[in-house]
Design a protein around this ligand. Structure first.
Ligand code: GLA
Length: 390
């Protein structure tokens, strides 16, 4: 469904639920990361794009005024209620914490929010590793900007959303997801430098090449502790190397210090150092349409995430293996897991004229190997958070 169609649907549902037209409609997209995984919290590079899947919010002030917020999710058919008369805190239902954290962030800036009636819908698969949580946080921040008139610098907005994820969802994530959801650009990947928070645009407009996303439909959950553990291991490696982060570490430095760290910490650092380099090379490869090199870098990224970083799973490995076997002859340029890992999605670059055949082959083989139905779709790079009505 296109974004205008989705917005119309949300407006209709708002009218059905609240008995009047919404005054504001905003949207923020999910994302897929082409390469640069688990590098963002190491001050490294990432290469994500926003996808044509959105969280859309329709809202108005409550008919009777006041400071109550009523936030209805069409997905779970549940309404979260809280007040902005006092500082917003964590609460039930669980999903509302992504929203509550952003409200708390605006309150911390001294912004008066007031009451709201909101209807929310999303086409970003939930728990699929495509940043449904960042889409919710960034769409909420975008809504609060239009409602309060307090416009944030987009990078500050991404940082506010990231803080909300840290404090209210308990995931010590990096900046990638919130950043791309806030700042995504149509027809471009963003080569984001997570140390300076600056980005370079990498055009992705060749109609002959498509981004194919495969959801393993194995739920990915990052609050289980493995993510935080990886982050600590990287910090430990940087400390042993005497560096503020792994951003400037070299493979040679790491080899020299190998005896001073555990094997696990060594392998985590080896992934990050290699991945930062691969990301810069892949961005250059995409600029030059050097697809064989880009493909090799994607597979190398996956194997490093699987073996050294240990964040893949059997289902993600199965999809990558199937894609690699189809290979360039069948139209597959490269494939890897995308996002935090432990389930979720793979991303593949494929020849556009082969999308149907490749999708069919992956779905059939994946079902045969795992017994699970995969869900697949293609997306061009989409625009970041937008105000549709307001
Ligand atoms: C999750 C986090 C991101 C990033 C990726 C891994 O999506 O939210 O900040 O660390 O995992 O690259």
């Amino acid at each position: 469904m296109s974004l205008p169609e989705l917005a119309q649907q949300v407006a209709n549902e708002f009218a059905r639920k609240y008995g009047r037209q919404p005054r504001w409609i905003v949207a923020a997209p999910g994302r897929v990361n082409i390469i640069g995984e688990h590098t963002d919290y190491n001050d490294g590079f990432v290469l994500p794009m926003a996808i044509e899947r959105y969280t859309v919010l329709a809202a108005d002030r409550p008919a009777s005024g006041g400071a109550e917020v009523s936030w209805h999710s069409t997905h779970v058919q549940e309404t979260a209620k809280f007040s902005t008369a006092t500082p917003v805190t964590k609460g039930a239902p669980k999903w509302s914490n992504y929203v509550r954290g952003v409200f708390a962030g605006f309150q911390a800036l001294g912004v008066q929010i007031g009451g709201l009636d909101v209807l929310m819908t999303s086409t970003v698969p939930l728990g699929g590793g495509l940043s449904s949580s960042a889409a919710l946080e960034v769409s909420t921040a975008t809504l609060l900007e239009v409602v309060t008139g307090h416009k944030l610098d987009p990078v500050k907005k991404a940082l506010l959303a990231q803080k909300s994820e840290h404090d209210f969802a308990g995931v010590p994530c990096g900046i990638m997801d919130q950043y791309i959801s806030a700042l995504g650009q149509k027809d471009h990947l963003l080569l984001l430098d997570c140390r300076s928070h600056q980005f370079e645009l990498v055009p992705f407009t060749d109609p002959a090449v498509s981004v194919l996303i495969t959801n393993t439909n194995v739920k990915h959950e990052l609050s289980g502790g493995e993510y935080a553990e990886r982050r600590h291991q990287c910090e430990e490696a940087a400390k042993i190397l005497g560096l503020p982060s792994l951003r400037t570490a070299t493979a040679a430095q790491l080899e020299q210090a190998k005896g001073k760290m555990s094997d696990v910490v060594y392998r985590r650092a080896r992934h990050v150092i290699g991945e930062i380099e691969r990301t810069e090379h892949a961005a250059a490869g995409i600029r030059n349409s050097n697809w064989p090199t880009v493909g090799q870098l994607m597979y190398a990224s996956h194997f490093s995430l699987r073996d050294d970083y240990e964040v893949s799973c059997a289902e993600l490995d199965a999809v990558v293996d199937i894609a690699q076997k189809i290979g360039p002859a069948g139209g597959v340029i490269g494939c890897r897991m995308t996002g935090g890992g432990f389930g979720g999605c793979t991303v593949a670059l494929v020849r556009s004229d082969k999308v149907d055949a490749i999708s069919k082959e992956i779905a059939t083989e994946y079902k045969k190997q795992t017994g699970i139905e995969a869900t697949m779709f293609v997306s061009r790079p989409a625009v970041g958070a937008t105000v549709i009505k307001g």
